[in-house]
Design a protein around this ligand. Structure first.
Ligand SMILES: Cc1cc2nc3c(=O)[nH]c(=O)nc-3n(C[C@H](O)[C@H](O)[C@H](O)COP(=O)(O)OP(=O)(O)OC[C@H]3O[C@@H](n4cnc5c(N)ncnc54)[C@H](O)[C@@H]3O)c2cc1C
Length: 407
């Protein structure tokens, strides 16, 4: 569990650490990194802009690249307990008919777990041993010197200042803090002009099934977590402007077939009270690392949802970063950060490119292209569609050996 802690108390606890670390953002990446550093005896200072960190949030389908961090934290069993195994992936065409069903869980089991969990439940698992955090707190300036980074904060008790050996910027896809890092001032973005609603639906008894409908101008996805199904319905923003109930009506009018899951999800979205609207854009930042500051998770590379891989890569990156920092003193931080970026950025960008390719297949308006896509997908297994990500799983990250890196 997070324990809300005054910022100065966290700064004081870190003062005697061999590495004084600040983590900006207590999301999936920041929390994974902070907990891994705590296991190694450090007292990272963790801040988050949010007021409330206890929300359930949305559904996550977590790929096996999350497993190494869960193992190091000793929470893998608790994670399995709080999540559900996803075995089947079913693809529907624009009319609602099944194109194919793949044993995705079986395919991924060679590499580890493939499970559905809510964001809130995952954060609970990660923070089971306790996790001090200062909420409603942001960074207002960050100045790197040779020996430390000087940071100014704004929080509930006003302005605070402190110096750190390392700052990990993990404040998500819309990061404000990355503007203090050279590459973060002008990140490149993919703007899809698509968006949609994220809602929870009750468990429908198919707790191992993920289902997606790739339409012509609409998309419906549903992913199980323990005790519920997370759903997403999206389309071009010009059409979702009509609101969830009207958009669901327009989808229903275009279907001549359906599955029980699809009906369940359409009902849930149509009846949802003010559901969360998600704009489907991504962001890519280069470089990630300066001398003593590094971007992590979505702040470094924020994903389109199409491959369901953002959180998995965020946890993998946190694990690689913390392993790279093992045994490093303050004087070698810059080498460690550059070695981390050299090892991990190509992997993350490859997964991000896979998500972009899938987006260009899924987010289609043309009926003709959707028809051709259905024909192709009938003969294209999920293994082929996720090819670049499967290759990442086949060849896990090698933690960089600092002695081999060039200064
Ligand atoms: C609806 C939805 C479904 C998704 N489904 C999947 C999936 O199935 N599988 C998957 O792997 N990934 C999925 N993702 C992506 C995944 O959630 C992200 O890739 C992952 O959460 C990234 O972790 P992060 O820590 O970088 O960012 P986040 O988890 O977003 O955390 C960022 C944190 O920073 C805080 N913050 C923001 N601004 C500031 C600031 N200025 N100062 C301090 N703190 C700040 C926020 O409050 C938040 O706590 C999904 C995302 C969404 C939105």
């Amino acid at each position: 569990m997070f324990s809300l802690t005054p910022l100065q108390a966290q700064i004081d606890a870190a003062a005697g650490d061999p590495l004084r670390v600040l983590v900006v953002g207590a999301g999936i990446a920041g929390t994974t990194a902070a907990q891994l550093l705590r296991v190694r005896g450090l007292h990272p200072v963790v801040i988050d802009r949010a007021t409330d960190l206890t929300e359930t949030g949305y559904m996550l389908a977590l790929m096996p690249m999350a497993d190494a961090a869960l193992d190091d934290l000793g929470v893998h069993d608790a994670y399995r307990e709080a999540s559900t195994h996803i075995e089947r992936y079913r693809l529907l065409d624009r009319h609602g008919s099944t194109v194919r069903e793949d044993a995705l869980g079986d395919l991924l089991s060679v590499y580890g777990d493939y499970r559905g969990i809510s964001r809130g439940a995952l954060l609970d698992v990660l923070t089971a041993s306790g996790a001090p955090v200062s909420t409603e707190t942001t960074v207002t300036s960050l100045t790197e010197g040779d020996d430390s980074v000087h940071v100014r904060f704004d929080g509930p008790s006003g302005h605070t200042e402190a110096s750190f050996d390392l700052v990990i910027v993990a404040d998500g896809i819309h990061s404000r803090t990355r503007r203090f890092v050279p590459g973060g001032q002008n990140p490149s973005e993919t703007i899809t002009d698509w968006g949609g609603w994220v809602v929870w639906a009750p468990d429908d008894g198919d707790s191992d099934l993920g289902e997606e409908l790739w339409g012509d101008g609409f998309f419906v996805g549903s992913y199980p977590v323990k005790g519920a199904v997370g759903a997403f319905i999206g389309g071009p923003t010009a059409q979702t402007d009509a609101g969830p109930a009207a958009f669901v009506d327009s989808i229903r009018s275009r279907l001549n077939d359906s599955t029980p899951r699809l009906r369940h999800i359409l009902d849930a979205v149509a009846e949802a009270d003010d559901p969360f609207y998600w704009v489907l854009d991504d962001v890519r930042t280069r470089p990630w690392a300066t001398g003593r500051t590094v971007l992590l998770g979505d702040a470094a590379a924020g994903f389109l949802p199409t491959a369901g891989i953002g959180a998995g890569m965020a946890m993998e990156s946190a694990w690689v970063l913390c392993r790279t920092l093992e045994g490093i003193d303050s004087g070698n931080i810059h080498r460690a950060l550059h070695a981390f970026e050299a090892a991990q950025r190509p992997r993350v960008e490859s997964a991000q490119s896979n998500s972009r390719q899938l987006a260009s297949l899924m987010f289609r308006l043309s009926t003709t292209l959707a028809f051709v896509r259905t024909l192709v997908m009938r003969f294209t297994s999920i293994k082929i569609a996720l090819g670049p990500i499967i290759r990442l799983l086949q060849k896990p990250t090698a933690v960089p050996e600092l002695a081999e890196t060039v200064d």
